[in-house]
Design a protein around this ligand. Structure first.
Ligand code: HEM
Length: 457
């Protein structure tokens, strides 16, 4: 009896292994015509290793140099560094769909936000309710809010780091700029003061908790189905909760409180982003998730852009003096208005070059190929293949930017025909996505960058 059950168990095990092996071989064959590292064709462990290592952008740039504009990076995953192919995937009329990669950003296990919403129709419906609030048309205080938060940075630098008593005190400007963007987006999203810059401190351990969560995001980005396990009662305690006193959970708790004031009998109606969301039909729960998302989507990206651009400016005497000369020869208000800063050609060249040299949000963000297959970069793409961004590969491609593509040289934006410049702009703004899923906070981010760089200099 015992030997019969051992034989049955062994037969089942052999059959399972055989089925898995056949499945792997069939999956491998489906995309074997697309070049890429050989291990990546068989297992997502290749992706996981590089995502965990924090070097994925460099690895993907390298892969696009080696294998071309379309690279296989997983059994069913491709990334493209070809701007036309990416625009085709992301276009308004594209039949591609968000893949389960986006599920990693559903920080509330029950309620989707606009970024985690996978269903195309529901996403478009939600996006339509948010678009006016993000467009600044119903957000009268946005510029004042940016000005106020920049003033806090300048006050901190002058009082704590540049006063005569502390003349040689070293300053970690990258950290302060991160505090600044967290404070700013907090102010825009909730209309209250967080005070990271004021206190020169990560008050709710937001930066620390995002850093701790990064390996988890990397894991869920490669194996999204893991999120389903976290949503079960056994593991749900591991997800952020609005009762937490730090991190994303704390942000969710504040969102709940602040949004509650905008609903009910004594509700407050303001002309800010949240007010606009609610006027355009967001429910209380939806307003909570969207306000929380703003902090996640807006603070590290805009902070990252400042932390890229400013060191390039400060360590490059030609760029620094040219930018200062442009600022001092232009008649600008103090604080500078966004509309004035947008007209400064060298400043705009510096910002675009910063986006290009190190895209602030370089995720793969895969889309699923629609039924009936497609063709990208001359390759046949079968249905259900995942196609994602390879921005780092795109932004250092000599065919798009010239032989000195790896050099930070804002002047490249000031020479060339209007048609060439227009093409370069269209390509560099892919750092904000494109089409039906493009960044909703683009104008807010651009305004913050324009004003902050001018005021700090
Ligand atoms: C330099 C700064 C920023 C960069 C580079 C950036 C980049 C991006 C990218 C690439 C996407 C689209 C991803 C996709 O293909 O699905 C995106 C989406 C989004 N971003 Fe940004 N972002 C920035 C700042 C902001 C800010 C400041 C906010 C809010 C205050 C924000 C809010 C959003 C939202 C809500 C979405 C989701 C749009 C949708 O799903 O329809 N972003 N961002």
């Amino acid at each position: 009896m015992g030997s019969v059950s051992v034989t049955t168990a062994s037969t089942v095990a052999v059959l399972v292994v055989a089925v898995i092996t056949i499945q792997k071989i069939l999956t491998f064959r489906k995309l074997r015509h697309i070049p890429g590292p050989s291990l990546a064709g068989f297992t997502r462990l290749w992706l996981l290793r590089h995502s965990f290592g924090g070097q994925i952008e460099l690895v993907l740039a390298d892969a696009s140099r080696k294998y071309g504009p379309l690279v296989r990076v997983g059994p069913t995953e491709l990334v493209t560094s070809d701007p036309d192919a990416l625009r085709k995937v992301l276009a308004f009329r594209s039949r591609y769909r968000r893949s389960d990669w986006f599920a990693a950003f559903q920080f509330d296990p029950v309620h989707d936000n606009v970024f985690s919403q996978w269903d195309d129709k529901l996403h478009q419906r939600r996006r339509a309710k948010l678009a006016i609030g993000y467009s600044r048309k119903e957000n009268d205080d946005l510029e004042q809010s940016i000005d106020k938060n920049i003033d806090n940075v300048i006050h901190l630098l002058e009082s704590k780091y540049l006063s005569t008593a502390n003349l040689y005190k070293p300053v970690d400007l990258a950290r302060i700029l991160h505090y600044f963007t967290i404070d700013l987006i907090w102010d825009i999203a909730f209309g209250t003061v967080l005070g990271d810059v004021r206190d020169d401190h990560d008050n709710i351990s937001f930066i620390a908790s995002i850093k701790t969560a990064l390996p988890m995001f990397a894991l869920m980005g490669v194996y999204p189905s893991i999120l389903k396990i976290f949503a079960t009662p056994l593991f749900s305690w591991l997800l952020p909760s609005n009762k937490d006193i730090t991190g994303l959970g704390k942000v969710m708790g504040v969102a709940k409180e602040v949004v509650a004031e905008r609903f009910g009998t004594d509700k407050v109606d303001r002309r800010d982003i949240m007010g606009s969301f609610i006027r355009h039909g967001l429910t209380q729960k939806e307003a909570e998730t969207e306000s929380t998302l703003q902090l996640l989507a807006g603070s590290d990206t805009t902070g990252g852009a400042l932390r890229i651009i400013l060191p390039y400016v400060f360590t490059n005497p030609r760029v620094y003096t040219t930018l200062l000369a442009e600022l001092s020869s232009s008649s600008l208000s103090n604080p500078v208005r966004d509309s004035e800063a947008r007209k400064l050609p060298y400043l705009q060249a510096v910002i675009r070059e910063g986006f290009r040299i190190c895209p602030p949000a370089a995720n793969q963000a895969y889309r699923d190929t629609p039924e009936g297959s497609d063709t990208l970069c001359g390759y046949h793409i079968p249905a259900e293949t995942k196609v994602g961004y390879n921005l780092s590969g795109m932004m250092e491609d000599p065919k798009l930017w010239g032989e000195d593509a790896k050099v930070f040289r804002p002047e490249r934006w000031l020479t060339g025909t209007p048609e060439e410049i227009r093409k370069m702009e269209a390509n560099v703004y892919l750092v904000f996505g494109h089409g039906k899923w493009s960044c909703l906070g683009k104008k807010i981010a651009q305004s913050a960058l324009n004003k902050t760089i001018v005021q700090l200099l």
